[in-house]
Design a protein around this ligand. Structure first.
Ligand SMILES: [Zn+2]
Ligand SMILES: [Zn+2]
Length: 153
């Protein structure tokens, strides 16, 4: 016995077969059938896909509308796909952020010409202005330490 009642399908000029029977809150066609004394709900488009293909929708798959009309039950507008496949397409559409090359040091000196020094061991950019300022500071520290040693020695 076919679940899909032809009387509840209205073909549209655009090729969609609109389900005019019961619908879910989302607008999907809904078929209620009594199985073992209990009401069972079937999604009309899933049933349409299964009746057309002659097989059950594979486990983990959902039936998608290529026309975007939830109430459409035209098997030609339906395709089965996995939920993960869907999620994958949605998740991996972003493009990674570009890392801008540094043009200036933290103190705003340009990394160019004489001021730029590439550290041969790390490949990192070194600002000569800051580098010499650091060297001068450590020289002052060393010399004052030497002075202290001299005074106390
Ligand atoms: Zn359609
Ligand atoms: Zn600098």
């Amino acid at each position: 016995m076919k679940l899909l009642q032809r009387s509840k399908i209205v073909p549209q000029p655009n090729g969609c077969h609109l389900w005019v029977g019961a619908k879910t809150g989302c607008g999907y066609g809904r078929i209620v059938r009594v199985v073992g004394g209990r009401n069972r709900n079937y999604m009309a488009h899933r049933v349409a896909w299964e009746e057309d293909r002659g097989v059950a929708v594979p486990p983990g798959n959902i039936v998608l509308h290529t026309c975007g009309v939830p109430a459409c039950v035209n098997p030609e507008h339906l395709c089965a796909d996995t939920r993960t496949g869907m999620a994958g397409r949605l998740v991996f559409t972003y493009t990674p952020r570009q890392i801008k090359p540094m043009t200036h040091c933290r103190r705003g000196h340009a990394f160019s010409g004489e001021n730029l020094y590439i550290n041969p061991s790390t490949g990192g950019r070194v600002c000569r202005t800051c580098q010499s300022a650091r060297a001068a500071r450590s020289y002052v520290l060393r010399s004052s330490a030497a002075e202290l040693n001299f005074q106390h020695g």
